[in-house]
Design a binder for this molecule. Structure first.
Ligand code: G
Ligand code: G
Ligand code: MN
Ligand code: NA
Length: 254
């Protein structure tokens, strides 16, 4: 069967699942939130990573209903953790370009927040720089409408896009997520150290929060600490995991 047809069926058959990866607050060393990461778990097959199917869902438009399912499931999970008595955590959800540019995006987010009862301040939407290259004015309008809902806006994979930095002063952004390609070789590559340090300094100057992705070693962590990074995410702390596996960790670390 064509992959597109299998993916449409997978959405109906409820074969998608979300894993969650903790985001660590540098000051308290506790969990500030989690990022939702989608996987496809066919009933009779191996788990498929998003890189293998998200691009096809983007091309076919299936990302719009899938993206709504992801947002709803993530917000429900955040609400469930809250209702279970855990201190509130931020739920970070990735948006794709096609989703961001779809007509009813803002009303969809508003509806999901209302349906799930998650306060907007606990939802963080991860955007990418490529979303802003075209349709600049339209992007600003969408971002402002999202901000007006009360959600947080983060730039994912920061530093890898081709857009200009001008959007940083015009768009209502709250957080930069330093792409893991700059974190990976921090110990060996002086250029990466310079780039990471500069992004952190720039974020501070612009009064944005900054998170480093892909933190795997104590050495990377210590460099980022010295430069005043606000949040970390990476295998050093926790891999993306199903919610049941995170429950105990969340109770200890929140
Ligand atoms: O989860 P992984 O660990 O393999 O994620 C790989 C990439 O897939 C991420 O960098 C992200 O761009 C994309 N991705 C993962 N989950 C989602 C999601 O829920 N929505 C969208 N649009 N992209 C996602
Ligand atoms: O949304 P984004 O493109 O940032 O997706 C994050 C991706 O990074 C996911 O695929 C996730 O599984 C992966 N990831 C998270 N932590 C680490 C890490 O410490 N090392 C590596 N190599 N990948 C990571
Ligand atoms: Mn992300
Ligand atoms: Na990223």
């Amino acid at each position: 069967l064509a992959l597109e047809t299998r993916l449409r069926h997978a959405l109906i058959a409820n074969e998608f699942i979300l894993h969650y990866q903790p985001l660590i607050d540098a000051r308290s060393n506790r969990i500030a939130g989690v990022e939702a990461l989608v996987r496809w778990q066919p009933v009779d097959g191996e788990m498929v990573p998003p890189a293998k199917f998200i691009p096809i869902t983007e091309e076919t438009g299936l990302i719009v209903p899938l993206g709504e399912w992801i947002l709803r499931t993530a917000c429900n999970q955040a609400r469930a953790w809250m209702d279970a008595g855990l201190p509130p955590l931020v739920m970070a959800v990735n948006l794709s370009v096609r989703q961001f540019q779809s007509e009813n995006m803002v009303s969809m987010v508003r509806r999901v927040l209302a349906d799930t009862g998650l306060p907007a301040e606990y939802l963080e939407l991860e955007l990418t720089e490529t979303m802003f290259i075209e349709r600049g004015e339209q992007s600003i309008a969408t971002l402002k409408a999202l901000k007006n809902l009360g959600v947080c806006l983060a730039i994912d994979d920061f530093g890898t896009g081709y857009s200009s930095l001008a959007y940083l002063k015009r768009f209502p952004i709250d957080k930069l997520k330093i792409d893991q390609s700059f974190v990976r070789d921090l110990a060996e590559d002086p250029n990466d150290r310079e780039i990471a340090a500069t992004i952190i300094a720039m974020a501070r100057g612009l009064k944005l929060e900054v998170l480093a992705e892909g933190v795997e070693t104590e050495q990377q962590l210590s460099f980022l600490q010295q430069h005043g990074c606000d949040y970390y995410q990476g295998y050093l702390f926790h891999r993306p995991a199903p919610p049941a596996q995170l429950d105990k960790w969340l109770r200890d670390k929140l």
